[in-house]
Design a protein around this ligand. Structure first.
Ligand code: NAP
Length: 248
């Protein structure tokens, strides 16, 4: 067990983007933040910046999740953020490995870590689970079925838990962002920076800190206030696939 002061927030996928920004925000709000992801070097730097704890975590691996959970003595807040997309292909050309990656990471990854930490969240007497889904959890779009189906499934897992935990001292908040400029598109397009940049071309996308601030707001509400679902998009985005792009 790691000796840590309370309250404790766990952020998965904290080695970049929304997770990293969220770890910084929650630390500034007084949480001891335990950051998990596969790239431990990045996590260690972040943990030293915020006075938190870096722990290696692969949410697709049972043993990794078990070791991560065993290192924690108490958890007040869990931010299910680890996730992402791979590829952008029509169903007719679906790459099964990409689909497996998306379902393993977003759906089963969220399930593994949430299930394992539930007893600790309940024991905290004022637990909070924030799950980062997406506008892709609210609608589908062409060529996106691998990601949209995974995000729908992840969201249903989270929303089901809201009912199943009724009467227990745990709040649940789903945050469904539109386009946020992070490493998300770089990962989706296997490191193709030019293609990734085009996703945000001509719009003012959200940035990771925008989502982190919302999570900070959610976490600082009184215990009886449950923000169930928050949908947040850039002003330049109306639906998952509809953007106002400047051409000049
Ligand atoms: P990002 O910069 O690519 O960050 C993704 C994070 O997930 C990284 O820290 C990565 O860390 C971690 N991760 C991936 N696979 C993992 C695994 N198997 N085990 C543990 N951690 C893993 O992208 P982001 O935009 O911040 O994404 C965060 C979440 O927001 C995701 O769930 C994404 O689906 C969601 N989201 C993003 C957007 C957007 O437009 N950016 C919109 C809506 C929703 P390692 O590689 O070091 O493990």
């Amino acid at each position: 067990m790691t000796a840590i002061s309370y309250p404790v927030a766990v952020v998965t996928g904290a080695s970049s983007g929304i997770g990293e920004a969220t770890a910084r925000t929650l630390a500034a709000q007084g949480y001891h933040v335990v950051v998990g992801a596969r790239r431990l070097d990045r996590l260690e730097k972040l943990a030293s910046d915020i006075g938190g704890t870096a722990l290696s975590l692969d949410v697709t691996d049972e043993d990794s999740v078990a070791a991560f959970v065993a290192a924690l003595s108490r958890v007040d807040v869990l931010v299910n953020n680890a996730g992402g997309a791979k590829g952008l292909a029509p169903v007719a050309e679906a790459d099964l490995d990409d689909w497996r990656w998306m379902w393993e990471t977003n759906v089963l990854g969220t399930l593994r870590i949430t299930k394992a930490l539930l007893p600790k969240l309940i024991d905290s007497r004022n637990g909070l689970i924030v799950t980062i889904t997406s506008v892709a959890a609210l609608e589908g779009y062409d060529n996106g079925a691998g990601y949209t189906s995974a995000k729908h499934a992840q969201a249903l897992l989270h929303r089901t838990l809201r009912g199943e935990l009724l009467g227990k001292p745990v709040r649940l908040t789903e945050i469904a962002p539109g386009a946020v400029e992070t490493e998300f598109s770089l990962v989706r397009f296997e490191g193709d920076a030019e293609r990734a940049a085009k996703v945000y071309e001509g719009i003012d996308p959200l940035v990771a800190a925008d989502i982190a601030e919302i999570i900070g707001f959610v976490a600082s509400r009184p215990a009886h206030v449950n923000l169930d679902q928050i949908v947040v998009r850039p002003r330049d985005q109306a639906t998952a696939g509809r953007f106002a792009r400047r051409t000049t």
